[in-house]
Ligand binder design. Structure first.
Ligand code: 5AD
Ligand code: SF4
Length: 481
């Protein structure tokens, strides 16, 4: 059963891609690693930390696994389907390993954390197993594996944020980059495996975040996305011993962090993901409204539109509370893009609950959603407490209705944009034609437009008027205003 249908590109559509650093000459290194990332943006961002650690050990990245000495899969456990994909890939690599015994294969990320040494003992598929908080020990683990030892480190940490590690940007367009601002999650949504695989929530040192953003800007990047499982609960208390001024004693909230990043330059766009509806504050919304370069776009997962189901999910808000939050966002930032995550067929969900989800989607008028079947994850609170009792066929038909509704909402949202003019950050050539540029507006919508005789480069801003649209893309032309 396919467990993911999206109206637009989802991170998981990137599955199977491999990345090589854009800036380094592979011939500088005598050993090569190949890394594939699965799942959320956080995993892609973690792979850039892993690449940095490996480069420090003399490994260069390759896009071709056949020439690699070391293959890593950075894995996702969020749904069963994600794990199945990784298992399939591991059996493929096992065959390659049989032909090349010196090859080391490692599993990183959430699946490593969830299954621990099972990978080594039962399945004999891999040589190295490393959880999300243990990447600093990779050099020791690789050494161990090279001399035939079992190499596992799945210890979770309460402090690790990799603050001092400068990520090696993988497969970068040189314009947009992710910055991880916190790790872990304390929310304990009952369906979710993340609190178990990524551990307790912790916020990264504010100065290290600002330095990373400044450096990216100096290198020509024009957009940063601040990443965390729940960015609105970012809270950093500077070390009082080393602080000199009162300003430095003050704890930094997410709103304050956003402001500090936005102040780096008006030419640097700032985005963030993901927001929990219970934690996003008016202060954040007013900060977004105050700075033109903080993008007017919020990913605000609903999960379900039924208060009873939300309670079973431990989301800690009701449908009315969620709807009021959307209203508040639109009051403070009238043109804000809003997207959502929706789960169809959570335990005990009735037709009435499902109708509640559709009605909140409709009233929220989402521009885009990521939509899933409920997939029971071992060890989660839902798996322990509730029966996964909605039949697969019903999950499927409800998901279909959710997707159809979202398609209609996305269509309406795009249609409303026809005739409007947006400031667009150019990210590169359009996928279909080198004669067209592809960029995004503040609301995170992709806009394609002809290059004509304008002398733009990627990383430039331009005003584009929308003339037409497809399901996932606005189509426009440059206007001089
Ligand atoms: N089944 C289906 N979807 C899930 N998500 C998280 N856990 C599950 C699960 N067990 C979805 C949620 C979350 C997104 C990242 O993945 O909608 O917001
Ligand atoms: Fe999972 Fe909920 Fe945390 Fe998101 S907020 S990572 S859904 S526990």
């Amino acid at each position: 059963m396919q467990d993911l249908i999206t109206a637009k590109v989802h991170d998981e559509s990137r599955q199977g891609e491999a990345y090589a650093p854009f800036a380094n000459d592979i011939n500088d290194y005598n050993k090569k690693f190949y890394i594939e990332s699965y799942g959320c943006q956080m995993n892609f961002s973690d792979s850039e930390i892993v690449a940095s650690i490996l480069q420090g050990e003399g490994f260069g990245a390759t896009r071709n696994y056949e020439e690699a000495d070391l293959i890593f899969l950075n894995t996702c456990s969020i749904r069963e389907k994600a794990e199945q994909t990784v298992r399939k890939r591991l059996t493929e690599f096992k065959k390659i390993k049989q032909a090349k015994p010196s090859l080391l294969v490692g599993v990183l990320g959430c699946m490593a954390e969830r299954l621990k040494s099972k990978f080594l003992e039962e399945e004999k598929l891999v040589d190295i197993v490393v959880g999300p908080d243990a990447y600093r020990t990779l050099p020791v683990l690789i050494d161990g594996a090279e001399s035939g030892q079992k190499s596992v480190n799945v210890l979770l940490s309460r402090e690790e944020t990799y603050a001092d590690i400068s990520p090696v940007r993988l497969d970068s367009n040189g314009v947009t980059a992710f910055i991880s601002i916190m790790r872990g999650c304390n929310n304990m949504c009952t369906f979710c495996v993340v609190p178990f695989t990524r551990g307790r929530e912790r916020s990264r040192d504010v100065d290290s975040i600002l330095n990373e953003a400044r450096q990216l800007f100096e290198q020509g990047y024009r957009e940063v996305t601040l990443l965390g499982q729940n960015v609105d609960s970012y809270y950093y208390v500077p070390d009082s011993l080393s602080s000199m001024s009162n300003e430095e004693f003050t704890p930094v909230t997410f709103a304050k962090l956003l402001e500090k990043v936005a102040q780096i330059s008006p030419e640097l766009r700032v985005r963030f993901s993901t927001s929990h509806p219970k934690d996003i504050t008016d202060e954040v919304l007013f900060t977004m409204a105050k700075y033109e370069n903080i993008c007017n776009y919020i990913h605000l997962p609903l999960q379900s539109g039924s208060t009873r189901i939300l309670q079973l999910m431990n989301r800690t808000y009701t449908r009315e509370w969620y709807t009021a939050k959307v209203k508040r966002i639109r009051e403070i930032i009238p043109d804000c893009g809003i997207s959502s995550d929706i789960i169809a067929g959570f335990c005990t969900e009735t037709n009435e609950d499902h109708a509640g989800t559709l009605s909140v989607m409709e009233s929220s008028a989402y521009d885009m959603s990521y939509m899933f079947f409920y997939s029971e994850r071992p060890g989660t609170l839902a798996a322990r407490r509730y029966a996964d009792d909605v039949p697969e066929e019903i999950k499927k038909s409800r998901l279909k209705e959710i997707v159809e509704l979202q398609n209609r909402l996305s269509y309406n949202s795009n249609k409303k944009d026809v005739g409007k003019t947006f400031k667009v950050l150019i990210e590169g050539n359009s996928k279909k034609s080198d004669a067209d540029w592809m960029g995004r507006n503040s609301q995170n919508k992709v806009i394609v437009f002809p290059k004509e005789n304008y002398n733009f480069q990627k990383g430039d801003y331009t005003m584009v008027r929308v003339n037409d649209f497809t399901q996932a893309t606005l189509i426009g032309e440059v206007v001089n205003v």
